[in-house]
Design a protein. Structure first.
Length: 159
């Protein structure tokens, strides 16, 4: 496990950019955390770190967007997924188990379909009482590896 605290959207994006340097084709990252906590923000950093030039936005009515960087990047937002059938309709597995990098918001909707090799990134609000504005900018980001690939990944990240 690896934990980091960020104090702004920019810091979260920059952490995403850093993560991107360690990614390779076929990697899957699952994002958990409450509405508006910063999942898309971190994905934006990762995508830009992977060389994506286009805007990376929240896509609540689009289940998946294809972005192109040094690797194909598949940005899933499953918030509005209503049934497993919708996943089969978009052929999700051809993206997930391919040479691209998959970044998945609300991946709990996938259940075990995500497979057993992925990095789980959970983002939480951390209220900072010392701030006059209530400290709504602080986030705790926790990375949990699933499978050997991401155990090694976290060892690299810690260096
Ligand atoms: N430390 C921080 N890290 C990330 N975002 C932050 C931080 N501090 C403030 N923010 C703000 O929080 C918001 C995060 O929005 P974002 O769309 O990334 O969340 P989300 O988790 O993807 O939401 P949704 O559940 O709707 O998909 C942005 O407005 C961002 O500027
Ligand atoms: Mg989002």
């Amino acid at each position: 496990m690896f934990k980091i605290t960020t104090n702004s959207a920019e810091e979260t994006e920059n952490f995403g950019k850093m993560i991107a340097t360690l990614l390779r084709g076929g990697d899957i990252i699952s994002f958990g955390g409450d509405l508006g906590v910063g999942k898309t923000c971190m994905i934006r950093g990762i995508a830009h770190g992977l060389g994506v030039k286009s805007n990376v936005t929240s896509s609540s009515f689009v289940l998946m967007r294809v972005l192109q960087g040094r690797l194909p990047v598949y940005h899933f937002d499953l918030y509005r997924l209503s049934s497993e059938d919708e996943l089969y309709d978009i052929g999700y597995d051809e993206f997930l188990f391919s040479n691209g990098v998959s970044l998945i918001e609300w991946s709990d909707r996938l259940g075990s379909l995500i497979g057993d090799s992925y990095l789980q990134i959970d983002i939480e609000y951390d209220f900072d009482d010392s701030r006059e504005d209530g400290g709504v900018y602080r986030r705790i980001i926790t990375l949990t590896p699933h499978g050997e690939r991401f155990q090694k990944f976290l060892e690299e990240l810690k260096k």
